[in-house]
Design a protein around this ligand. Structure first.
Ligand SMILES: Nc1ncnc2c1ncn2[C@@H]1O[C@H](COP(=O)(O)OP(=O)(O)O)[C@@H](O)[C@H]1O
Ligand SMILES: [Mg+2]
Length: 286
């Protein structure tokens, strides 16, 4: 498997900013994975995405795209990537379908617009002007636009923000399918659900720095509590018991409860990603 993006010691500041916004970050995005940048508002996630898509070029450090220096890559790059910006960008006086046809016109390869719009539930509203679309409809159309050119790498910024759970699920399913068909995804979000349900690997981003780049599972193993909590019923009341996972099979008290009591719940002490984010960064993401 090759490396889609290799980022080393990346620094960036906007012309108007007093200090660095991105403060020397390094990470790789593997081909075929969904890589998530997770962090609170203002952490530098969107800025990092804009750098990776060559929208902001005045950075220092090294970025390689499939082994080539990103700065040396020409406009053909835009045939290969798909981008969903945080703020949906459309022409409000044109219909949704006119918008999609217009954007499709920039690319050599395009997906079937009708299929994509049907999938996100917008085909029946194809002739409505985007200016009349709700926030959620614009977000869904924005996603269609991002994958319109059947990109090799897909960038999506806060892709489920403003969507109800059902529509968020549809978009996440489409992202997972895109990856299953060989696509690579760079995703930025402040939402734990996006990361838990989608990302193969996640980097915690706070204040222009990255902390912990790992799989959600490994993070849970590393920071989760290795214990089992049991709730059981006895003499008409619910009791709690907590056992270490270590050698639990030979723990007599544990076995006694399992064999003889009416069990109500059993949980291993999984720490949520949200708690882990706070443990690692000291910042509450909410
Ligand atoms: N165009 C800009 N000019 C100056 N500062 C900016 C600009 N865009 C973003 N910033 C600042 O850069 C920091 C990171 O912003 P951003 O990358 O949008 O964070 P995130 O996507 O994690 O919420 C914030 O402090 C923000 O105010
Ligand atoms: Mg952002």
């Amino acid at each position: 498997m090759s490396i889609a993006f290799s980022v080393e010691n990346l620094y960036f500041k906007y012309p108007t900013s007093k200090t660095d916004i991105i403060k020397g970050i390094s990470f790789d995005v593997q081909e075929g994975e969904i890589f998530g940048l997770l962090g609170p508002s203002g952490a530098g996630k969107s800025t990092t995405q804009k750098i990776l898509i060559k929208l902001l070029e005045d950075y220092s450090g090294s970025i390689k795209y499939f082994g080539k220096d990103l700065k040396a890559i020409d406009k053909s790059f835009y045939e290969e990537i798909g981008v969903g910006f945080e703020m949906p960008v459309h022409f409000s006086k044109m219909t949704a379908l006119e918008n999609m046809k217009f954007f499709a016109g920039f690319y050599k390869n395009t997906a079937n617009i009708q299929e994509l719009m049907e999938r996100v539930g917008l085909w029946e509203f194809k002739d409505v002007k985007v200016g009349e679309y709700s926030k959620g409809m614009k977000v869904r159309l924005n996603f269609v636009r991002a994958i319109l050119n059947q990109p090799r790498v897909l960038f999506i910024d806060e892709v489920t923000n403003g969507l109800d759970p059902k529509n968020a699920r549809t978009i996440k399913d489409m992202i997972a399918e895109y990856r299953a068909n060989g696509g690579t995804v760079f995703l930025t979000t402040h939402l734990m659900n996006d990361v838990e349900q989608l990302c193969d690997r996640v980097a915690f981003c706070v204040n222009g720095n990255l902390q912990e780049i790992s799989t959600p599972r490994d993070l849970k193993l590393k920071y989760g509590k290795r214990e089992v909590k049991i709730e059981y019923r006895e003499n008409g009341v619910t009791n709690n018991a907590l056992f270490p996972l270590e050698k639990i099979g030979s723990n007599n008290d544990f076995q006694n409860i399992i064999k003889n009591k009416e069990i109500e719940t059993i949980h291993s002490g999984e720490t949520s990603l949200e708690d882990i984010f706070i443990i690692v960064t000291g910042v509450d993401i909410k």
